[in-house]
Design a binder for this molecule. Structure first.
Ligand code: ADP
Length: 416
């Protein structure tokens, strides 16, 4: 039984995980960098340990410092949140070696999904549909150019090790390919120290539809329906909703089953998300869907799924980490209404939405109700540090249908 949980994260996700843990009677241990001594997530914990200076590489990403903090506070488990160490297989192994429960999947599952090219090979073998493309080992210019021509332009070049939209370039036509490839490789090398790429057919009318999955260590895997995250900026999600507008029940069952097959292919335990891209040219959300990648952690946008299913995903994560079976079977998961989340960032619109860190003089959030939820790690008098993500809150609204959810969101945003 997890009795003492260390949360290896900061900001809204650390606060959100602490909320559930405390509700379950679990003792919560926060970690913080020197810049975060006064942060909200520290106050939400029963105790807190400083793990290093402001730079994430020396604090939130410092495996030794996090494990040492867990030892010093006699934690029995670590929840990694999202970002930072959450998809780091070495960290999961370090937890194991220290006798700590890592709240997440096995290191092996993380490794097989951590690289876009490897994960595609695994999914291809499991019969999950892939975007037409090339994810082979031959990285010579000739092989890649040949693959691009065979796929047909436009193509999208992606860093195999990529994430956060970095290392991605579109080549509209053959003549653009060489320059787009160089540029993708340069960015991939700078961001990930790895310049391998894969090539996909570029869909000109895409929908990003992802499925929340959950597995346990007893061989069970289920899905909790889909989220539509098609509203993006620079390939990054900004608005997320569930269920996907316009998707019919038959297609919903198909995409859910494909996601469960993906989870089963890697004996997945814990919360995960299987991301698909849908070609919406002819049939909107019911168009053909293709596997993009799997994220082996809780996602930023998990609250919309919590709203439409009524389950607390962090509670489930802790149950699975405890070795329990999933609390429900697939047919006990039902959809109720519609939920939408928007992300609130500290940015300067006049400077092309550059991050705008600084002191928060006043921050008023809408009153929470059964229809409005606000997840944040910042409040009046706090600071938005230069060193971390400038997302300061998520506002999530629920309604009986999409229009009602939009109206509730509108009201909440007016109160912000
Ligand atoms: P990252 O892991 O860097 O976030 P993803 O592979 O998840 O990158 O892609 C990010 C977004 O880019 C997707 O949500 C989608 O909007 C867009 N995208 C990805 N692949 C394609 C594609 N083949 N065609 C068109 N758009 C795509």
């Amino acid at each position: 039984m997890i009795k003492r949980l260390l949360i290896a994260n900061r900001g809204e996700i650390a606060v959100r995980v602490a909320r559930t843990a405390r509700r379950l009677g679990v003792h919560v241990i926060a970690v913080y960098s020197e810049a975060d001594a006064g942060a909200m997530h520290v106050e939400y914990a029963d105790e807190a340990v400083c793990i290093g200076p402001e730079a994430a590489s020396e604090s939130y990403l410092n495996i030794e410092a996090v494990i040492a903090a867990a030892r010093a506070t006699r934690a029995d488990a670590i929840h990694p949140g999202y970002g930072f160490l959450s998809e780091n297989a070495r960290f999961a192994e370090a937890c194991d070696a220290a006798g700590l429960i890592f709240v997440g999947p096995s290191a092996d599952a993380m490794r097989s999904m951590g690289d876009k090219a490897t994960s595609k090979s695994v999914m291809e073998a499991a019969g999950v549909p892939l975007v037409p493309g090339y994810h082979g080992d031959d990285q010579s210019f000739e092989a890649l150019a040949k693959a691009a021509a065979a796929i047909g332009f436009p193509v999208l070049i992606k860093a195999s090790a990529g994430g956060g939209g970095r290392g991605m370039r579109i080549a509209e036509r053959e003549g653009d390919f060489s320059e787009a490839l160089d540029s993708a490789r340069r960015e991939a090398m700078g961001a990930f120290g790895d310049d391998r790429v894969l090539i996909e057919k570029y869909l000109t009318m895409p929908r990003h539809i992802e499925v929340q999955v959950f597995g346990d260590n007893h061989g069970n895997a289920i899905h909790l329906f889909e989220r539509d995250c098609s509203l993006q900026r620079r390939y990054q999600k900004v608005v997320e909703e569930a269920p996907a507008p316009g998707m019919d029940d038959e297609r919903r069952a198909e995409i859910g089953n494909a996601a469960v097959a993906a989870a089963k292919a890697i004996n997945y335990a814990g919360a995960g998300t299987v991301e698909f891209i849908v070609d919406a040219t002819d049939d909107g959300a019911n168009g053909p869907f293709y596997f993009m990648e799997m994220n082996t952690r809780l996602q930023v946008e998990h609250p919309v799924t919590e709203y439409v299913t009524g389950f607390d995903l962090v509670d489930w994560q802790l149950q699975v980490a405890n070795g329990d079976a999933l609390p429900v079977t697939q047919h006990e998961v039902t959809l109720s209404g519609h939920a939408i989340e928007v992300r609130l960032y500290a940015e300067d619109p006049a400077r092309d939405f550059l991050p705008a860190p600084g002191h928060v003089v006043a921050f008023e959030v809408p009153i929470e109700s059964t229809r409005v939820r606000v997840d944040t790690g910042v409040r009046s008098g706090g600071d938005i540090a230069v060193a971390y993500d400038p997302m300061i809150a998520k506002v999530i609204a629920h309604g009986a249908d999409r229009n009602t959810a939009i109206a509730a969101l509108d009201g909440a945003l007016a109160d912000l």
